[in-house]
Design a protein around this ligand. Structure first.
Ligand code: F6P
Length: 546
């Protein structure tokens, strides 16, 4: 008997109802929605774990939100949330759980993988990390020549780099341990630049790789080791290299002893791994206490996600709004605009999170989707972004949705500058929504004395269409607690989207093919012929002469 073909999402009742509603909402001006509802700015908000999310600048009304919640119910969001937290194998293509929330939960929390409690193992690793971090920070763990460790280099890529790098950048003013450095790219320029600043005797390398098979990481680690050995000796490796991985054999084969390895588990996806041993460099640099604060913040957000009703649930609301903009409002992409210099790496971290998780073209069961999944996610810090791509956001023909992320309090002494930062953030969100009509432009230019043909010619260039939707997410400040909560918020937002799209957010088969081809090109034993264009490019770069 043939397996039944599942009903397509786009033909489902909740999706169709949203389609009809979207056609009604499309011509609606967001500003008019404020006129119809004097309480809108208080109604379309959500507050918890220190965050204040204002989504009143989205083209939504009460009906939109209840239709989106119907879609969430139809897609079984409640049940999927329970499956995620109860350790079911939600990552079906790899037959694994996705239990990163366990890494930030109290030891007694009842997280289970295949029925086995995971709390004790997690906390044993954390205890080892803590003991090691304290030894290094206190100068008890020393380099091979007896010198104190002053610098730590994290060698890893993707999820083994972006999270810890973001943490160390965002919390830089609180670093009171060894200086953190990061090397990810197989472009040796990065390693070269980092090593040029360091002395082997006082440097510790943390090689981070879930698989310990990643080309970039192994290449960087091998060169770093050669650099160390060339000025010390082979025995120095044990004092200057530790590893973070799930692959003990490969770590030992590299020459790092098992008791210098900090483990994690296959139920932690690379891009969700920051909360365990992958965060080691952050613990070294910032101290175990701040690392605990980070985990507490993430756990508080987990609890909120698990308990808050859909209509007052931050990641659920943000996920639903993302789907509304992406699948019903025709937004071309989603922009992250943190108005916080210390969150300058947030966009890169979120890109991997969202696009590696939700950049899928088939459902969990392998059926091709007939709707868009992840939008392109991009962006950089405000106000710098205003002097780069905001022109397009305001006046380009395509509409892009934006998340403005703004800490209420600064942690620097220049209060007047923080006022300016806040003013810019609020102004941009308002301008994107309000726009400016031809009549407003005309009146403005006439008041400055412009008239006649010059006036007519100038008007179209200065009109702003408006109705460009955004969220504004306030957080008290960029501290470890709220940073943890912020990252967990976006993790769960990503999960919510995946559930609504019916896809598996926890695999990443799409990154494999290119890796395979690169290995074929590198394999000197094979005369590779890929395609005429690539073969010609290989000749041009004199690949085989290298
Ligand atoms: O930690 P590893 O195994 O070196 O992998 C690094 C990264 O490579 C990927 O597998 C693919 O980009 C990511 O998911 C992961 O974060």
């Amino acid at each position: 008997m043939n397996a039944p073909i599942p009903q397509s999402l786009t033909a489902s009742p909740a999706w169709r109802a949203l389609n009809v509603h979207a056609a009604e909402m499309m011509p609606t001006r967001i500003m008019d929605l404020f006129e119809r509802d004097a309480e809108r700015h208080r109604r379309f908000v959500c507050e918890d774990v220190g965050f204040y999310l204002d989504y009143s600048k989205q083209r939504v009304n009460g009906q939109t939100m209840s239709l989106l919640q119907s879609l969430a119910r139809q897609q079984g969001l409640d049940q999927w949330r329970n499956r995620l937290f109860s350790g079911e194998h939600v990552n079906n293509t790899e037959n694994r759980a996705a239990l990163h929330m366990a890494l930030r939960a109290p030891r007694v929390a009842d997280f289970r993988d295949d029925g086995r409690r995971v709390g004790d193992e997690i906390h044993q690793v954390r205890q080892r990390m803590r003991a090691f971090a304290e030894r290094v920070r206190e100068g008890d763990w020393r380099g091979a020549t007896g010198k104190r460790i002053t610098d730590v280099v994290n060698i890893g890529i993707g999820g083994s780099d972006l999270g810890p790098r973001l943490l160390c950048t965002a919390l830089a003013p609180q670093i009171d341990g060894p200086r953190p450095h990061f090397v990810a790219n197989v472009d040796g320029a990065e390693l070269h630049a980092v090593l040029a600043r360091l002395r082997p005797e006082t440097t510790l390398f943390v090689v981070v790789s879930k698989t310990f098979a990643t080309q970039e990481t192994l290449a960087n680690a091998l060169h770093a080791r050669a650099w160390l050995i060339s000025s010390l000796d082979i025995d120095a490796v044990s004092k200057h290299f530790v590893a973070v991985s799930t692959n003990r054999e490969a770590v030992e084969a590299f020459g790092i002893a098992a008791d210098h390895m900090f483990g994690f588990w296959d139920w932690v996806g690379g891009r969700y791994s920051l909360w365990g041993a992958v965060g080691l460099i952050a613990m070294l640099a910032l101290g175990p206490q701040r690392f605990d604060d980070l985990l507490r913040g993430a756990h508080a957000l987990d609890t909120h996600f698990r308990r808050a009703p859909l209509e007052h649930n931050l990641p659920v609301l943000m996920g639903l709004l993302a789907i509304w903009n992406n699948n019903f409002m025709g937004c071309a992409s989603h922009v992250l605009a943190p108005y916080a210099q210390r969150l300058s790496l947030f966009g890169g971290w979120a890109q991997q999170l969202e696009m590696e998780s939700n950049g899928k073209g088939v459902t969990r069961d392998g059926f091709a989707v007939d709707y868009r999944t992840t939008p392109v996610l991009w962006g950089h810090v405000g106000t710098n972004a205003q002097h780069a791509y905001f022109q397009m956001l305001h006046q380009g023909p395509a509409v892009h949705s934006v998340d403005f992320i703004l800490p209420v309090f600064a942690d620097h002494p220049f209060r007047d500058m923080h006022r300016k930062l806040v003013a810019n953030c609020l102004a941009q969100a308002s301008a994107l929504m309000r726009g400016k009509t031809a009549d407003e432009v005309r009146a403005e230019l006439q008041s400055k004395g412009m008239e006649g043909d010059a006036l007519q010619a100038a008007i179209p260039h200065r009109v702003f269409p408006g109705d460009r939707p955004s969220n504004t997410l306030l957080l008290p400040r960029v501290d470890a607690f709220h940073l943890g909560a912020l990252l967990a918020l976006y993790e769960h937002r990503t999960f919510v989207e995946s559930v609504l799209w019916g896809i598996n957010a926890f695999d990443q088969w799409g990154v494999e093919f290119g890796k395979q081809l690169a290995n074929r090109i590198l394999d000197d034993q094979q005369a590779v012929a890929l395609d005429p264009s690539t073969d010609e490019l290989m000749r041009k770069v004199q690949f085989h002469a290298r």
